[in-house]
Design a protein around this ligand. Sequence first.
Ligand SMILES: [Cu+2]
Length: 121
Amino acid sequence: MTAKPLLPLAAAFLVSLLPAAALAQRAAPASPGAAAPIEVSVTGEGFVPSSIHVKKGAPVRLLVTRKTDRTCATEIVIKDLGISRKLPLNQPVLVEFTPRKAGTLRYACGMDMISGVLVVE
Ligand SMILES: [Cu+2]
C-alpha cells in the first residue's frame, strides 16, 4: 500500500485539463459566433443610418459613435427595450439586444427629436 499509483493518475488528470483551459482562455475575448456589429454614427444629419433591418430572435450589436458636438443626441434611447446609453464624443458604444418580435423599434435622442428606426423582420 503506497501512494505511488496515484501519481501517474494525477499527472494524467492535469494533462487532460490543460487543453481545455487553453481553449477557454482563447475563446473568452472574441465571443465566437457573435454577429459583426452594425456601425451607427451620430452626425449633423442625425443617426446614420436612420433605418436598420434586423432579424427577430437574432442578437443585434449596434456600435454607436457620436461624431459631432453640434447635436442634442448625446445618448441613444430605445424606449421599447428599456435601453438608454450615453454617447461620449468619438467613443464607440456597443448596444446589444435581441429583438423578440417583428415590427419596428425606434432609436432616438433623449428628447425623442432625432431618431431612427429598427425594422425587425
Ligand atoms: Cu434631442
